[in-house]
Design a protein around this ligand. Structure first.
Ligand code: FES
Length: 161
């Protein structure tokens, strides 16, 4: 018997089951299915791993392995805005560490965490390839260079308005 998706929010359950049915029938494969769930729900709820595996005749550990391998997938809710602070060498020597500390303080979260209102998720990344602008942060895929405490405060305050 197939596992049913159970989630405290029946809206999420229904949406994931619909995607599983749609993709299971098409046999498009695991990654497009995961991408669709991530896109639709914002993350891949842990309880959906087994039903997803069942629908594609895979082991849950195989599905979990793919989710863990690709950083685009997450089994935890993520914020609408992903804030990435560069921890590459050029950014680090030009104050990246302070920038990270200030972002953490401003958002009251640590690396890998999401604000309770699901507005921001904080991550660090290796060099993003624009070292000349160091130190850099990336918010929702937009690079903000030559970051300093003042610019950062204005940027994050704007995001909260
Ligand atoms: S080290 Fe940050 S962009 Fe290269």
């Amino acid at each position: 018997m197939k596992n049913e998706v159970s989630h405290p929010s029946s809206g999420v359950t229904g949406r994931v089951q619909k995607i599983i049915r749609e993709y299971g029938e098409r046999k498009w494969g695991l990654i497009p299915l995961l991408q669709r769930v991530q896109e639709e729900i914002g993350y891949i709820p842990k309880e959906t791993v087994e039903p997803i595996a069942d629908s594609l005749r895979l082991f849950p550990s195989q599905v979990q392995g793919v989710i863990s391998f690709y950083s685009q997938f997450s089994t935890e809710p993520r914020g609408r805005n992903i804030v990435r602070v560069c921890r590459g060498t050029a950014c680090h020597v030009r104050g990246g560490k302070t920038i990270l500390k200030l972002v953490k303080r401003h958002l009251s979260i640590d690396e890998g965490q999401t604000t309770p209102d699901l507005e921001y998720t904080l991550e660090t990344v290796a060099c993003i390839g624009v070292c000349a602008l160091a130190p850099n942060i990336v918010i929702s895929n937009r690079v903000f260079g030559h970051m300093n405490p003042k610019k950062l405060e204005i940027l994050l305050r704007k995001g909260k308005e």
